[in-house]
Design a protein around this ligand. Structure first.
Ligand SMILES: Cc1cc2nc3c(=O)[nH]c(=O)nc-3n(C[C@H](O)[C@H](O)[C@H](O)COP(=O)(O)OP(=O)(O)OC[C@H]3O[C@@H](n4cnc5c(N)ncnc54)[C@H](O)[C@@H]3O)c2cc1C
Length: 462
């Protein structure tokens, strides 16, 4: 297969060489694929000169399932794949797991059920619920959060409310515990730079780390990078709001934790509170998080603003003890690519509460920015069909988390971490089943996948 590299020259797809090396002649990256709506290769700048590299990358490992990215969706996908019998490796760029929930301090898992009535059905169960039970066991659930509470549920008894506020340090440990129990192999500090490709089939990933550039082969890769990095670089077409021109991209926000909240202050203090510490939403930034210059500027601007705003807060009478306990490791990125799959979940599907024969998860979370308002569903949740996890054109790959195939409306709902975990549960089971049956994800027997998910206590309303 021939694709365009950064300077637009035809580029040969790398193949696994005879001595276990992946070989590629590059104009900057192995993967220089074009998105459906994005001109040019990721990272390309019009008219920029190209530096041509020739690389020989050792294939250091092979696994049945490789999970790319250790956010809420990736952690659950890895547990599910391993539990379903696959030898599984989870790769993460940071030194810890948890993705946006931990690295960007977004410390409340929303969407275990509808926030408003009808809310009787807990739509996210299975492995995500086991993970919440582990958080409870570690004492890692927050005391109070900023969300209205119209209903009574008791997370300590496994009856999970709409949202679960959490301690990010406990989350790091809870995630390690559930992965360890399931025998998932973990590789931290590793940036997934590109997919390994055999034509249009993903055959593994190329990682960069302190060990150098390494190829890790896989029967199936699950893209849990949030941004759909693997899928986009493999050449899967994708949608993003800026190129469509029809919708605004959801902004980035720098989350932070305050310490030293005075004893007399009651309630959530506009955040997620654990004793005298509270996680809050900080300054926001616009623009694409896929543009490193824009992302850098967003970090600079929001961090400087945050510091000043906290000094102002401390000037208020009685608030002198407040201090900036921690700002997020990275600014929170809400929206980048949505990969085009075999089915695109539509806003109508979400509003109607559509049910699909190939349901693999349910999203009940409101659409927080639907025409500028928080839109609550008048139903218990809409189905996520398996086809929205299968990228068009590309084999060897399952989509998961916030990059699945959907319009912006349902994306705003299902990107919340509880549905993202439920989708992770499904993607992990799907990858393991595909390996077991020696088929591509698009050929999977969906009834068998559903049966496996139900055995693992996922809620599918079947
Ligand atoms: C400011 C903000 C507020 C939000 N509010 C809420 C809320 O209140 N409640 C809620 O439930 N959700 C909320 N969300 C949404 C939610 O946090 C995300 O949509 C969700 O975390 C997506 O999960 P994910 O696993 O798909 O991706 P992510 O959480 O983004 O995880 C992706 C993981 O992949 C890793 N990764 C990415 N690229 C690479 C690479 N190339 N190589 C190696 N590793 C890589 C990342 O480090 C990360 O660990 C919010 C998001 C933001 C930004």
């Amino acid at each position: 297969m021939s694709r365009n590299n950064r300077d637009g020259q035809p580029q040969k797809t790398p193949a696994v060489g005879r001595r276990g090396f992946v070989q590629a002649a590059l104009g900057g990256a192995v993967a220089g694929a074009c998105g459906a709506t994005q001109a040019g290769a990721p990272g390309a700048r019009a008219g920029a000169p190209a530096y041509r590299e020739t690389l020989s990358t050792p294939v250091v490992e092979r696994h049945q399932v490789v999970v790319a990215g250790g956010g809420p969706s990736g952690v659950i996908a890895a547990v599910a794949a391993a539990r379903s019998g696959a030898d599984t490796l989870l790769i993460e760029r940071y030194a810890f797991l948890g993705g946006t929930g931990v690295a960007s301090l977004m410390t409340c898992y929303n969407g275990f059920r509808n926030q408003h009535a009808p809310e009787a059905l807990q739509t996210v169960k299975g492995i995500p619920a086991e993970y919440v039970a582990e958080l409870v066991r570690l004492g890692g659930v927050a005391d109070i959060d900023n969300y209205e509470r119209q209903f009574t549920h008791d997370v300590t008894k496994g009856d999970i409310p709409y949202t679960v506020g959490f301690d990010p340090e406990a989350a790091k440990v809870a995630q390690l515990n559930i992965l360890k129990r399931e025998g998932v192999k973990l590789q931290l500090h590793s940036w997934i730079a590109a997919p390994m490709l055999d034509g249009t089939r993903v055959t593994g990933v190329i990682v960069e780390s302190k060990s150098g550039r390494q190829a890790i082969a896989a029967d199936i890769v699950i893209d849990c990078t949030g941004d759909g990095d693997v899928a986009a670089a493999a050449g899967a077409p994708f949608m993003s709001p800026d190129e469509s021109g029809k919708t605004d991209r959801m902004p980035m926000t720098l989350m932070y934790r305050l310490g030293g909240l005075p004893a007399g202050v009651k309630g959530a203090f506009s955040g997620i509170r654990i004793k005298d510490r509270v996680t809050r939403w900080g300054p926001a930034a616009k623009g694409s998080a896929l543009d490193v210059n824009n992302l850098t500027q967003a970090e600079i601007d929001t961090r400087l603003k945050l510091w000043d705003s906290i000094q102002e807060m401390r000037k208020q009478p009685g608030m002198e003890s407040l201090y900036l306990l921690e700002s997020a490791t990275q600014i929170g990125v809400r929206e980048t690519r949505r990969i085009l799959g075999e089915y695109v979940v539509t806003t109508e599907d979400a509003i109607e509460g559509k049910r699909f024969p190939d349901v693999i998860a349910i999203s009940s979370n409101p659409m927080p920015g639907y025409h500028g308002k928080r839109y609550f569903f008048a139903h218990a949740g809409f189905d996520i069909p398996y086809r929205s996890l299968v990228p068009k054109k590309i084999d060897g790959l399952v989509l998961s988390g916030r990059c699945i195939s959907s319009e912006q409306g349902p994306f705003q709902s299902a990107r919340s971490m509880a549905p993202a975990m439920a989708i992770g549960h499904a993607s992990g089971c799907a990858a393991a089943l595909a390996v077991k049956n020696g088929v591509q994800p698009r050929q999977l027997d969906v009834k068998a996948l559903q049966a496996l998910l139900v055995r693992q206590k996922a809620e599918l309303r079947t």
